[in-house]
Every structure is written in C-alpha cells, then in structure tokens.
Design a protein around this ligand. Structure first.
Ligand code: TYM
Length: 345
C-alpha cells in the first residue's frame, strides 16, 4: 500500500463553506458568511455548498426542502458569488459526504462530541428526543470540508468549535492511519465585526433564525420599512456613543450596533465612533445604520427575486456544481478508503 505523504503546506489553497436550507436567512448569515464568500472567490478555488443533509437533522417538510435549497443557492449568487468562478452545489447530490462522514464517525471520540455546545443549545432540555444526526452533525461538517481537502473555511464565530473538531479529526485520522499530512489542518476564517452579529433585542445572544422574536433579527427578505422599524426599536442603553472602542466593552447592544455599522460600511468600529461619539443613538446613528442596511439589502432582495423567477436556471447551476464537486471529491474518498484498508470493489 502506498500512503501519500503530501505535506499540508503544499496542498493547493481551497475554500469550503456551507449554509443550511432550513429557514429564512438573516443579517448574521449575510455578514458572517455570504459577504466573505464573495471576497474569497477571486483568491482561491471555492466550493459553496447548500448543506441539506445538515438541514434534515431537524424536521424539514419534504415539499419545501428543494425550494429552500434553491433559495440558498440564489442567496449565494445574489450576494455576489459567481457560479462561473465558485462551485455551488447541494450536499445531498454528492454521496461522498455521507461516506466520509461514516469513516469520521469511527475516528471522532464520543467525548469530543459531548463537548459540542451547539448540540446542547439545539437539543435543549430533551436531548433524548433529538435526532442522532443532530448529535453527529459536526462529524458530517468535518467530512464536508475534508472531502475536498479544503484549507480555508469562512464562517461566523458560532462555528468555531466545529472547526476545531474538524482539525482534531484530521489530525487523529492522519495519525491513526499513519498518513501524515493527508488531511490538512484547516484555517478558520472568522475575522471582522460581521463574524458575530448579535440579537437586536439582547446584545449577549447571537442573531438567530430560531429566536422566537422576529424583532431580534434583520431577515434578508425584510423591506426598507421593516428594517427601519427594527433598527429604531433595537435595544440600546441610555448613554451616548462613546469615543473609544474600549468603552463599548460592557455595552453589548451598543457594541453590536457599532460593529454592524462598521461591517456594512467597510470600516473599523473606531472609525464609526469617530463620526458619532457623544451623540445619542436615535439622533443620526440609527437612521444612518438603517439606511446602510437598506442600501445593501434592497439590491440583494431584487436580485433574489429575479433569480428565483427562473428555478430551472438555479437547478442547472446546482447540477453543474454537483458534477464539479464530485470530480474533486471522488478521488479523495477513494484514496481515503484505500488508506483505511477497504478492498477493491
Ligand atoms: P448555518 O446555516 O447555521 O449558518 C450559515 C453561516 O452563517 C453564520 N452565522 C452567523 N455569523 C455571524 N453572526 C451570526 N449571528 C450568525 N449566525 C449564523 C454561520 O457561522 C455560518 O457560517 N454548520 C453550519 C453549516 C455547515 C458548514 C459546513 C459550514 C455545514 N458544513 C462546512 C462550513 C463548513 C451551519 O449550521 O451554518
């Protein structure tokens, strides 16, 4: 048996990321993920997956799932991902994801998964009623990434622990099967003020589609009036905007709104404060923030509408993407199976 010894450093740089087709997208998904995808597509080979296998870890109406998958693909494109540059595809169309996930289920340790905070959050008080898939979800996520030997993974901060697990699985596989450098130790790309967008009602919890209050988030489908109203009502504190970012430390809501402004304007939070320090939030900061959101999201929404009016075109992009993804994945899975010791078949 020949075991490849390609060092991780000489692997080509490749980006992988994914979004679940499990409900409406919000500003956190946009700033934490989609915007970064667009920036990366000119720098490295990129695969952007619609992770429908992940979505069914919680119940999805089969009648709606295909449409939700198209919507995520449309959102990638509306945000600026070019299907001629990046590979856009549905996870379930590339069977290799599930096959590698099984091998990784046998590499990952129960103790590692027991520590995953997202499972605890999502399963709530009744973990015995959660699907087994929800529990092993981070193993599938590791398979998504390593199936392509991706080196860089742009995500929001909530995915940090899953990416650490991906590194642990890669290292243990390489070690246990004496295949040094076979799977790369990935580089998480989690920087910038958009990586952690918090709820508009509580600056200590992340903006999330599962929050029961719609006022807590900006949905990417919200129109200008709804956006303006949500920002007007967004929780703040009675103090004016401070002079320096250090003074935002114990003011989670203020910190979040300044971070949002910075992410949208392509500035640093310090630059935003320079303009608004000393003013109350309602004076000109909130109207300007609402305006910046509308300026960004109105063209996005219009482009989504245009794309979704031609579902056949999106399906075509997804099918072509799946073909390209399979072409990269198949030889890597074959090699993995050889390393594990599976016979010819
Ligand atoms: P998902 O579908 O929950 O979210 C998609 C992306 O949006 C980011 N995000 C946020 N970023 C900043 N602030 C927020 N409030 C916020 N909420 C969500 C997420 O970090 C993510 O980047 N497990 C993943 C999907 C996945 C994946 C992968 C990602 C499956 N396989 C492989 C990367 C690589 C998830 O559930 O994302």
């Amino acid at each position: 048996m020949t075991i490849p010894t390609l060092a991780a450093e000489v692997l080509p740089k490749r980006v992988f990321s994914g979004v679940q087709p499990s409900g409406a997208l919000h500003l956190g998904n946009y700033l934490g993920a989609l915007v970064k995808f667009v920036a990366l597509q000119n720098q490295m080979q990129c695969l952007f997956c619609v992770v429908d296998l992940h979505a069914i870890t919680a119940w999805q109406d089969p009648k709606a799932l295909a449409a939700q998958t198209r919507e995520i693909a449309a959102a990638y494109i509306a945000a600026g991902v070019d299907p001629n540059k990046a590979i856009i595809f549905p996870q379930s169309a590339v069977g290799e994801h599930a096959q590698l996930a099984w091998i990784f289920n046998c590499v990952a340790r129960l103790g590692w998964l027991d520590r995953m905070t997202q499972f605890k959050e999502k399963s709530g008080k009744h973990k015995e009623r959660a699907s087994v898939g929800l529990y092993t979800y981070p193993v599938l996520q590791a398979a998504d990434i390593l199936l392509y030997k991706a080196t860089h993974v742009p995500v929001g901060e909530d995915q940090k622990q899953h990416l650490e697990l991906t590194r642990d699985i890669a290292a243990k596989f390489n070690h246990d099967f004496e295949a040094p450098g076979f799977f790369p130790l990935i580089e998480p790309l989690i920087a910038g003020p958009g990586a952690r967008v918090m709820s508009l009602r509580d600056g200590t919890v992340k903006m999330s589609k599962s929050d029961p209050s719609d006022q807590s988030r900006i949905n990417l489908t919200d129109d200008a009036d709804v956006i303006a109203a949500k920002i007007r009502r967004a929780k703040t504190d009675p103090l004016p905007l401070p002079e320096s970012i250090e003074d935002l430390k114990d003011r989670p809501e203020a910190d979040n709104l300044v971070g949002l402004f910075a992410a949208l304007a392509g500035e640093t939070p310090a630059q935003v404060l320079q303009r608004y320090a000393g003013q109350g939030f309602g004076q000109s900061f909130k109207p300007a923030l609402a305006n910046a959101l509308v300026q960004t999201l109105a063209p996005f929404r219009a482009e989504m509408r245009r794309l979704l009016s031609d579902p056949a075109q999106i399906d075509h992009i997804l099918q072509e993407g799946a073909q390209k993804a399979r072409a990269i994945a198949a030889p890597i899975l074959e090699e993995t199976k050889r390393i594990v010791g599976f016979g010819p078949g």
